[in-house]
Every structure is written in structure tokens, then in C-alpha cells.
Design a protein around this ligand. Sequence first.
Ligand SMILES: NC(=O)c1ccc[n+]([C@@H]2O[C@H](COP(=O)([O-])OP(=O)(O)OC[C@H]3O[C@@H](n4cnc5c(N)ncnc54)[C@H](OP(=O)(O)O)[C@@H]3O)[C@@H](O)[C@H]2O)c1
Length: 344
Amino acid sequence: MIPAWLDWVLDSTVIFSWTSIGYYIRRPFFEKTSGVRLDNVTAVVTGATSGIGQATARELGARGATVVAIGRDPTRLESTVAEIVRKTGNPRIRGELADLSSMEETRRLATRLLRDHPQIHVLVNDAGIIPPAVHQYTSEGIELTTATNLVAPYLLTTLLLPRLRESSSSLPTHPTQPDPAVPQAPPLGEVSRVINVTSGAVWGHRLDIDYMNPSPLVYNTKKVYCNSKRGLIAMTEHFAAREMQNGSNVTLNTVHPGLVYSGGFTNIFPWLSIFVAPLLRSPEQGADTIIWMICSPEAAAFNGQMLFDRRPRPTHHFLLRRATQGTAHDVAMCVDEVERLSHA
Ligand SMILES: NC(=O)c1ccc[n+]([C@@H]2O[C@H](COP(=O)([O-])OP(=O)(O)OC[C@H]3O[C@@H](n4cnc5c(N)ncnc54)[C@H](OP(=O)(O)O)[C@@H]3O)[C@@H](O)[C@H]2O)c1
């Protein structure tokens, strides 16, 4: 494990932490999980047609998991599934079409998932967009970024949670270990996982409960993105506390992937990304903590946290905390509002 003081110093600089520099400094300290197989695990991954979500789906497939890749474009989804099957030799990769900005489609997706998969052990809510320059409402009257980045993960999680709870007892405690060179794999633990992909950008933003479904008049792309990702953290903390109180074997955490050479960065900074490409993380590096959280029994202990480079991190920068820290009341109001929007 990297010394805590060095990790803290790196993180405080942001640039030496979130870029590939931080990844390369920490990597030698990472626990080895390359031998961990996930043959009996079923994982649902949204945003699987590109970037971090695609890297996640591919790695889970390579470890033998049944992967349900969610995408909104039939051609991209088909080619993603075909490519993962070809590269990993795992035939248990399925594609499911859904536009997650629509709550009706998200509900229909959940119905199909529950019908076709008697067990679901992992849900990775990765799909997300960079807000368009001009405000857009979905046909259900929700601002587009909020619908995609926050309300859909909330709804999908709510609808799949009962199945995740039931499936936790069927998780393999001793995953198969095909590589004899790798020492005895640690047990996975009987804990289903929900992993929500948020962003380090929340460090500069306070949850604004009056901005949960912003109108065109107050639309600001940076604010709407950060509020959706702050809301995702609030929602995760809310669900995590409730699951723990009810004694369920499902943990919910967020992961912040760092600065990654994929749509979440290149769509905001198309020119800058060309020049800083070597400093950005690859999608595989962006997905590393997500994969570790699924493979490592140590990670089963985390609940309601934000992780980055395999460690829980504060959700506020220590210099900005006073300005960005919300209240428990804000979190409750946010969850109520997202719940209301999810019925659209
Ligand atoms: N890249 C970064 O530096 C960075 C930093 C912080 C956080 N993040 C977060 O990490 C996550 C993944 O980002 P990325 O960089 O990998 O982005 P990406 O390459 O643009 O991938 C985003 C994925 O989400 C899917 N998606 C978007 N809207 C959707 C909708 N309405 N319905 C269904 N799927 C939808 C996209 O599908 P299509 O293929 O059809 O477009 C794509 O598969 C996002 O939540 C992002 O906010 C990224």
C-alpha cells in the first residue's frame, strides 16, 4: 500500500494524482488481482460502448464474468459485444439496448434484466454525458444531463437492488484460479456491488438542491455536470446507509476515474486532449479501481465511499470543504427530488 502521506500529498496537487503520473506512482503498491476469475459473476455495465465502461466490460469478460453491456446505439453495441467476445473468448457477453436518458426505457431495461438474469451480482453505472452547449429537456421533461447522469442510475439501482440482494449469497467465495503461478486467490466475499462512476470535478462544487432539474434560464454546463455527479454521490451514500441498516449484503460506492483519454474528457477539451494525451489515463487505467472493487475481498468492506486509485477519498478538497460541504438535509432533499423525477 502506498504510504498514506505520499498519497495525500499527490492527491492534494490534483494534477500529479488524477493524470497517468499518479497512476504510475501508485501502481507498484497495488494488490495483485490478475489471477482473480469471475466465472460465476453476472455484471451489468452501462456506458459499455465506449471509454471507461467499455474497458470495464472487456476486463470483466476476460475474467469469465457474464457481462450485460448496456448501450443506446445498436451498431456500437453490436460491435462492442462482438469485439469483447473475440478478444476474451468469453461467449457470455450480452448486449442490451436502452437510452438511459429516458426513464421509460430504463424501466423497460430493468424488466428485461430481471426476466433474463436470475442472478445479478454487480451493477456498474458508468454511462454519463458532458452537457450539451444548449439546454435540452428529455421528452419526459427532465434536463438531459441530470436524466442520464443521475436519475437513470438512481432508477436502475432501485429496480435491480432486490435482485442484487438475493444474488449476494450465490457469489463464489473461492473464485476459480486457472493460473497456478498466482498464489491462492482471496475469497470474493458474499457481497454484491453497485459502483457509480462520478467525477473529481465535484471537489469544486456544492450540491445545489434548487438545481436538480435546471430550467434553460439558469443552465450552465459546468454546474449541471457537477451537480449531477454530486447528486450521484449523495444518492450512493443514501442507498449505502439504508442497505447497511437493513443488514443487506449489497455495498454501494462511487469511483472517480481520474482524467481519462475518453469521451468524458475529449468531448470537453477536444484540442487540449491532443496535446495532453500522454498525461491522461487510458480507459483501462480509468477502469482499474472499478475492476479492483469487484475482484478484491478488501473492497467488499467499503460502503458509501468515493474511491480513486483503490482507496477511499474525501468527497471534498480540504481547502474547499467549507464552501462545498452540504448538509444531511441537502442529501435527503436531493434524493427526494431524484425519486420524484424518476417517476417521469
Ligand atoms: N474521461 C474522464 O476523464 C472522466 C472524468 C471523470 C468522470 N468521468 C465519468 O466516467 C464515465 C464514463 O466516461 P467516459 O470518459 O468513458 O465517456 P464516454 O467515452 O463518452 O462514454 C460514455 C458512455 O455512456 C454512454 N451513454 C451516454 N448517454 C447515454 C444514454 N442516454 N443512454 C445510454 N448510454 C449512454 C455512451 O454511449 P454512446 O457510445 O452511445 O455515446 C458511452 O458508452 C462518465 O460517467 C463520465 O462522466 C470521466
